[in-house]
Design a protein around this ligand. Structure first.
Ligand code: ADP
Ligand code: ADP
Length: 228
């Protein structure tokens, strides 16, 4: 689980990008950070995997303060998906997907088994794509590979920053549905950034609404719809 306690962030020492925010993401749940551009969503997300430093307050992941954890160790437990997942252009799809297991020293057999599992999970044909390169895939397929790559070493926590934002509306709806199916199997603890209320309501167990760095409302989707 992820706990965020009285967290603040200022980049310039004056204005707060994130201002005294507290909430938690229960194990296996998805919390969507919702709000307009510039309200601090990405800053908050990137503080969790220490891509951005914390100015004040505390974040813990799996009951451990992230500041006291080794960064590499912390990031092993956290999958990270962004809007345009830059796949490595000179690596095959299989090599792209197992890049983290490879760093962790998994055997060739283990890596290939994991590749096949993840392709099946994301409904892509493992034999067809194995030797292909990212430029041979559509944007939607590349994004699915990006998600598979983030899941490869089976991290308990996922940070997803507008993961479907670059896709056209029809494909986005399809991939949202597919990801909900995947999540019902894998039950990751997910922090998910979106500026789209429909997406937040669809994907979130809870929705955290932000405005100018502050948490305005933290509720279930049905509560958000009935008491906006
Ligand atoms: P969102 O993800 O909601 O669009 P951000 O977290 O990207 O919001 O930005 C929150 C605020 O912090 C904005 O005012 C933005 O300009 C500022 N900001 C974000 N990143 C930086 C940075 N690296 N340096 C200075 N200011 C930043
Ligand atoms: P997004 O909203 O998709 O995260 P941005 O264009 O806001 O993308 O941010 C791209 C990069 O620029 C990020 O690394 C962010 O931290 C940085 N950034 C955003 N706002 C500022 C800012 N006001 N000053 C400096 N860097 C910023």
């Amino acid at each position: 689980m992820i706990e965020v306690e009285n967290v603040t962030k200022t980049y310039d020492g004056e204005t707060y990008a994130v201002n005294d925010v507290s909430f938690h993401v229960p194990e296996g749940d998805t919390v969507v950070l919702l709000g307009p551009s510039g309200c601090g969503k990405t800053t908050l997300l990137r503080m969790v995997n220490r891509l951005v430093s914390i100015t004040g307050g505390m974040i813990s992941v799996n009951n451990q303060d992230i500041q006291t954890q080794d960064k590499i160790q912390l990031r092993r437990n956290i999958g990270y998906v962004i809007q345009s997942n830059a796949l490595f252009p000179n690596m095959t799809i299989e090599e792209n997907i197992v890049v983290v297991p490879d760093m962790l020293g998994w055997s060739k057999t283990e890596k290939h088994k994991r590749y096949r599992e993840l392709m099946e999970l994301t409904s892509l044909d493992p034999d067809y794509y194995q030797k292909r390169y990212p430029h041979e895939l559509s944007g939607g397929q590349q994004q699915r590979i990006g998600i598979a790559r983030a899941l490869a070493a089976n991290p308990p926590v996922m940070l997803m920053d507008e993961p479907f934002g670059a896709l056209d509306p029809i494909l986005r709806t399809h991939i949202q549905d597919e990801f909900l199916r995947i999540q019902s199997e894998i039950k990751k603890t997910i922090l998910f950034v979106s500026h789209d209320i429909d997406e937040a309501i669809k994907m979130g167990d809870k929705v955290a609404i932000f405005k100018e760095g502050q948490l305005m409302q933290y509720d279930t989707p049905s509560e958000i719809l009935t008491h906006p």
